[in-house]
Design a binder for this molecule. Structure first.
Ligand code: AMP
Length: 284
């Protein structure tokens, strides 16, 4: 496994792989790798025969007062996981390598970045879209792999790639969960044992949503009220949003029809946690 810290060395290594006729699969991450990330690496290995993982805690997607400084950076552990998974190349740039001076050029995806997390993290998706555009330009993959866990991010990146005619495929992989349903996340490390138990209520609320839709309930107001009831059983949970939106436009829907995304964001102790489920009401 190669570990590259510069754009120049990534380009040279990817060029060599391409010269050997290889298909390039790319998994962008912020590190602190867990089984969710591993599932993306596995998917990349199925689609491609040269797998690149980037590990970069991107400063431009963190707002003031967010956890940029304290975000975990266990680089040796991450490299070990990548080695075990048979990753071909890890790109682990410094912030100065990615942003050598003041950045004047930003990618702004409109509309899709306004609802859900967009309301609570101004500038976040501009940072995400910009860093993904930069990473795609550096790595030039045939396909890039994202998790359904960050549903809005996946929708935004897909749209950026389509609108800017970027020559790669975006593959969205299912959310990997802990046995109690909590979506795996690098930020789960922030939770104390008792907050960690509380966190299971996030998925409980999403399961309630699934049950109600399966039972034929279509009034989203009713469903959201029940989801909020479950979350409010835990005093430590501070709800940011509980939303049911069209899975493509991310606009709120009053009635369940077609593909919908039920999405939750909460603050729990020192952590901000998000989760979601996708449902196709027609397919039940
Ligand atoms: P992050 O390192 O948190 O920026 O995540 C890197 C990629 O891993 C993103 O595409 C995430 O959506 C994805 N990811 C994070 N957690 C999970 C999970 N539990 N299951 C599947 N994918 C995930």
């Amino acid at each position: 496994m190669e570990v590259a810290k510069t754009t120049e060395s990534v380009r040279a290594l990817v060029k060599t792989a391409r010269g050997q006729g290889k298909r390039i699969g790319f998994v962008p991450t912020m590190g602190a790798l867990h089984i969710g990330h591993v599932s993306l690496i596995e998917a990349a290995k199925q689609h491609a025969n040269f797998v690149v993982v980037s590990i970069f805690v991107n400063p431009t997607q963190f707002g003031v007062g967010e956890d940029f400084e304290k975000y975990p950076r266990p680089i040796e552990h991450d490299l070990e996981i990548c080695r075990e998974q048979g990753v071909d190349l890890v790109f682990a740039p410094t912030p100065a390598e990615m942003y050598p001076g003041e950045n004047f050029t930003w990618v702004t995806v409109e509309k899709l970045t306004e609802p859900l997390c967009g309301q609570f993290r101004p500038g976040h998706f501009r940072g995400v879209a910009t860093v993904c555009a930069k990473l795609f330009n550096i790595v030039q993959p045939d396909a890039a792999f994202f998790g359904q866990k960050d549903a809005q991010q996946a929708v935004v990146i897909k749209r950026m790639v389509a609108d800017l005619n970027m020559p790669l495929e975006i593959v969205v992989c299912p959310t990997v969960r802990e046995p109690d349903g909590l979506a795996m996340s690098s930020r789960n490390q922030y939770l104390s044992p008792s907050r960690r138990k509380d966190a299971a209520y996030i998925y409980k609320s999403l399961q309630k949503c699934r049950q109600m839709i399966d039972a034929g309930i279509t009034d989203t107001g009713k469903i959201i009220a029940e989801m909020r009831k479950i979350l409010s059983q835990v005093p430590a949970i501070k709800i940011e949003y509980v939303s049911i939106v069209d899975a493509e436009t991310l606009q709120s829907v009053d009635r369940i029809a077609g593909k919908v995304l039920a999405a939750v964001a909460v603050r729990l102790g020192p952590a901000r946690l998000i989760d979601n489920i996708l449902m196709d009401a027609k397919k039940k």
